[in-house]
Design a protein around this ligand. Structure first.
Ligand code: NAD
Length: 257
């Protein structure tokens, strides 16, 4: 009989796009994935049963709700505490972009607060609350922040988003230092232009930019491109690293002349 406890992972915002691909990749490794998102459970039954088939753990735990709401965060924490008592992998993925991309001059306090709360404050509070259940003695656990090329790239029509992702980059460094002695490694992925619901409204704009040479690797990124990096990190291939940034952007970050 195998007495090794099952590994647990929480992927926020995992009902679509990058988060969904990450959840499926982790489930494929036999990890118990806790899914979170805003969609009603009835809309994601196919995805939940796919995860159950991959990791053979039924039912796949799902917490529906907005992570910027304290009640949702508490429900996540309680579920993990009650059912497992520990968390091996936390992927801070849930995020939104600027509502109706607008010139930064016209951003209101409400606009700013909405994006900063979901993209920055919620992952900070969720992570610090889950930290006691991630402290590891005989294993190495992982926190992976899904930031963006917007952590360092200026888009004046998405200032709130850029500020939130720059904030997440500082969070990566803070967590890496604070949690290093507890066997928790912290990584930041910076996806580039990834084909998901988030980028659908600007598909044509990015199609043209890519066709005109924006990316050295000249294609859209796919959610699975990001998920494969999470898979590699959580398999332990980077265990002597922490606070590391991995660009998943087709080479976008390389300044060219
Ligand atoms: P997406 O819209 O397909 O997925 C976002 C997911 O997060 C959805 O499942 C949504 O329900 C969930 N979500 C949003 N707000 C939430 C909240 N308050 N509480 C709980 N869940 C919430 O978009 P995506 O492209 O897969 O984005 C995932 C992450 O990747 C985001 O943090 C985004 O900023 C980041 N990112 C995306 C791109 C890209 O080009 N698509 C590039 C860089 C970074």
């Amino acid at each position: 009989m195998n007495n090794v406890p099952i590994k647990t992972a929480l992927v926020t915002g995992s009902t679509s796009g990058i988060g969904k691909a990450i959840a499926l990749a982790l489930a494929k490794e036999g990890i118990c994935v806790i899914v979170n998102g805003r969609r009603d459970k009835s809309l994601i039954t196919t995805m939940l049963s796919t995860i159950e088939e991959l990791n053979n753990i039924k039912p796949c735990p799902y917490i529906q709700g907005d992570i910027s709401n304290e009640k949702t965060r508490n429900a996540i924490i309680e579920l993990i505490k009650k059912n497992y008592g520990y968390l091996n992998i936390l992927v801070n993925n849930a995020g939104i972009t600027t509502q109706n991309r607008k010139d930064m001059i016209n951003l209101t306090e409400d606009d700013m607060l909405k994006v900063l709360k979901i993209n920055c404050i919620a992952p900070f509070l969720l992570t610090t609350a889950l930290y006691p259940m991630m402290v590891a003695k005989n294993t190495i656990n992982y926190i992976i922040n899904i930031a963006s090329i917007s952590s360092y790239t200026v888009s004046t029509n998405r200032a709130d988003y850029c500020i939130s992702k720059a904030g997440m980059s500082m969070m990566t460094k803070l967590f890496a230092i604070r949690f290093a002695a507890d066997n928790i490694r912290v990584f930041e992925l910076r996806p580039g232009i990834i084909q998901t619901d988030m980028t659908r409204p600007v598909q044509e704009k990015y199609d043209n930019l890519i066709a005109n040479g924006l990316l050295p690797i000249s294609r859209w990124g796919q959610p699975e491109d990001v998920a494969m990096v999470v898979d590699a990190i959580t398999k332990g291939f980077y265990n002597y690293s922490t606070g590391e940034i991995i660009n998943v952007d087709g080479g976008f970050h390389i300044a060219r002349l």
